[in-house]
Ligand binder design. Structure first.
Ligand code: F2R
Ligand code: MG
Ligand code: MG
Length: 298
């Protein structure tokens, strides 16, 4: 839910240079005006519903088909161009393996689309971190064939799981979280970016914007979202405002930051006005409820 609100709050700033804090605060604190979410939440809802239906497992063919149906039903949610090319092929019957491998000159996507939707995997109760990393990779592969795109999803899912599983009564140990998630990245580039995060937690937020591309790539955005979350682990609204303030891929960095904050702080941390303003909020609550009910079913 926090991730969906953050996606919608960040969407008006996507692709632009860093906005003034007052402009971001004005949108966050507006008493009314609907919060319309984008492809980030659309895909997260598909993945959460898939996990609920498959009792916490990823069945790649079915997931690819469900993502493709959601794209076809609402193509105007601001999907990435690689995602459109993959999902349109899947919709017309091309196997996901071939579709995902066909884009960007055969390199596959290293975009952040698999990472932005992956949070529900990290919230499945009863899975080990190794299981979560495997499921996150499987969920990513249906659209993102490049290892950097897959690493983004694995790192974000494990970070969500760690955030959800550490006591809120204790200070979140940033170095420990980074050490754990870095073990799951398979590319040296991702490991290096994650290792730089602890050095960015005390300075200005602009240091994060200077260190990472903050763009639609997994490498340029996932470490930035984790850094912002670790700067404000117990203040979701501050974390989301700071994520939007980085500029660039604001909806997605905010959505990933919001997912981490929601995992740690719980759904009770959502400002009531955001929940009221969010479009299709009942649908989002229902899918979130199905996901948490999954823990009991497993
Ligand atoms: N697409 C957008 N925003 C564009 C504007 C939307 C506008 N507001 C509207 O309403 O139309 N946002 C969404 O896309 C990002 C997630 O991207 P995803 O799903 O990973 O897609 P894609 O296209 O595969 O990757 C994103 C970009 O990364 C670069 N890239 C990826 N792989 C590459 C490779 N192998 N070589 C070179 N570049 C690569 C490209 O620039 C891709 O376009 C989120 O921001 C979501 O909100
Ligand atoms: Mg988006
Ligand atoms: Mg985006």
């Amino acid at each position: 839910m926090l991730a969906a609100c953050a996606d919608a709050l960040g969407a008006p700033f996507e692709g632009r240079p860093a906005a003034e804090p007052a402009r971001i605060a004005a949108i966050m604190n507006r008493p009314s005006s609907p919060l319309r979410w984008t492809d980030d939440t659309a895909q997260m809802l598909v993945l959460a519903a898939h996990l609920a239906e498959c009792t916490g497992e990823i069945r790649r063919e079915a997931l690819a088909a469900a993502l493709a149906r959601a794209w076809e039903a609402e193509p105007g949610r601001g999907y990435g161009m690689g995602a459109v090319r993959v999902l349109s092929q899947v919709r017309s019957g091309v196997p996901w393996q071939r579709a995902a491998a066909s884009v960007f000159g055969g390199a596959g996507s290293w975009g952040n689309g698999a990472a932005m939707r992956v949070a529900p995997v990290g919230l499945v109760a009863g899975l080990s971190l190794d299981d979560i990393a495997r499921a996150a990779a499987a969920s990513a592969q249906v659209t993102h064939a490049h290892q950097l795109g897959i690493d983004g999803a694995v790192v974000q899912a494990v970070a969500v799981a760690v955030a959800a599983r550490t006591s809120r009564l204790r200070r979140l140990a940033a170095d420990d979280l980074i050490a754990v998630v870095a073990q799951y990245a398979r590319t040296p580039e991702f490991t290096a970016e994650l290792r730089s995060v602890p050095g960015l937690l005390e300075g200005a937020a602009s240091d994060i914007a200077a260190r990472f591309a903050c763009d639609a790539t997994a490498l340029g955005s996932v470490p930035a979202a984790i850094a912002v979350f670790l700067r404000h682990p117990d203040e979701p609204a501050d974390a989301i405002a700071e994520a939007i303030g980085l500029g660039g891929d604001t909806d997605t960095i905010a959505a990933m930051t919001g997912a981490l904050a929601g995992a740690r702080c719980g759904e009770g941390a959502i400002p009531a006005s955001w929940a009221l303003r969010l479009e299709q909020s009942m649908r989002v609550w229902t899918v979130a409820g199905q996901l948490s009910g999954l823990g009991q079913r497993r």
